[in-house]
Design a protein around this ligand. Structure first.
Ligand code: AMP
Ligand code: FE
Ligand code: FE
Ligand code: ZN
Length: 284
């Protein structure tokens, strides 16, 4: 069973539409994928429908940016009851905050002689609400202000860089609470990118259910380290490529990352248990 449990689409900062992702996944021999866009589930209905048509299992997911006094983290939510109004309400404010900060960032860039209008950024993002820094970086690249996306981040957009503006995020506690209240499985995304791996036991204390072990950001030593942490803390182990199409300068294709099928199997077992416990029958 070939799987990839962390993929972005045009609903956030990916460059392929949900149906294009499903088609590409099928072409590349993946049987199971999860769409996990930043702070939005807007791509899920299309992906689920395309998955049904093309014989690819699509796990509904989301990747929520969550604030904490220690450091910001990205929490993946699998199988969450994403259609529930309460869950959608939770995602609304951070998404609006994403749109709101674009003019503020453009203003800062203008002070540094970089003329990028909010309209250009929103157009680059295709009018979605879950607009992100990559869309801004892309416009800067197209207009020749930087020679790579990485340069845009390093010089201007990365956290703390002169063009960066913070946006509202829900807290880790609130994120875990809403995911668990909606039958979601919470998984810490790309823990190898954390400033401090001690965040993992700290988040386990808060109830996080799993960690993403297999991903392109982790070398073998990191994978081994995370596997041992997961085993000791009895955590779910997942894996995903964090595919963004050609948005970022990472040169891998869907299916390049090898994710053991035990990851998907364990997720399935966990969700079955949650649904039995809550008396819900299996939906999609
Ligand atoms: P945002 O969602 O607006 O906070 O932008 C963060 C997104 O930018 C991440 O999810 C990545 O897709 C992308 N990204 C690419 N390079 C960087 C970088 N150096 N620092 C932060 N984000 C990056
Ligand atoms: Fe992203
Ligand atoms: Fe992430
Ligand atoms: Zn991601």
């Amino acid at each position: 069973m070939n799987s990839d449990l962390h993929i972005h689409t045009t609903a956030s900062d990916g460059t392929m539409s949900p149906s294009q992702v499903v088609a590409e996944a099928r072409f590349r021999g993946l049987q199971v994928i999860s769409i996990a866009d930043h702070d939005t589930t807007d791509g899920l209905e299309e992906a689920l429908e395309a998955g049904r048509r093309q014989g690819v299992t699509v796990i509904p997911g989301v990747e929520i940016s969550a604030a904490d006094s220690r450091e910001e983290v990205h929490i993946l939510g699998y199988y969450v009851d994403f259609r529930a109004p309460g869950f959608q309400g939770f995602l609304k404010e951070p998404r609006l905050a994403r749109s709101k900060r674009i003019p503020e960032m453009c203003e800062r860039l203008a002070q540094m002689g970089i003329q990028v209008s909010p309209e250009e950024v929103f157009a680059e993002a295709g009018g979605i609400e879950s607009v992100g820094r990559p869309h801004l970086a892309k416009v800067m690249l197209k207009k020749g202000y930087v020679s790579s996306m990485d340069e845009a981040f390093e010089r201007f957009l990365a956290d703390g860089a002169p063009g960066h503006v913070k946006r509202f995020k829900n807290t880790v506690d609130a994120t875990l609470e809403i995911l668990h209240a909606h039958q979601g499985i919470s998984v810490l995304a790309h823990p190898g990118l954390l400033k401090d791996l001690d965040m993992i036991p700290y988040l386990v204390g808060k109830g996080v259910m799993g960690i993403e072990v297999y991903c392109h950001d982790h070398d073998q030593a990191m994978v081994d380290r995370l596997l041992s942490i997961a085993e000791k803390a009895n955590l779910l182990v997942t894996g995903g490529s964090d595919y963004h199409g050609n948005m970022l300068e990472k040169s891998f294709k869907l299916g390049d990352l090898k994710v053991p099928s035990t990851c998907y199997e364990a997720l399935e077992r966990a969700v079955r248990k949650i649904r039995e416990g809550s008396g819900l029958s299996r939906g999609d």
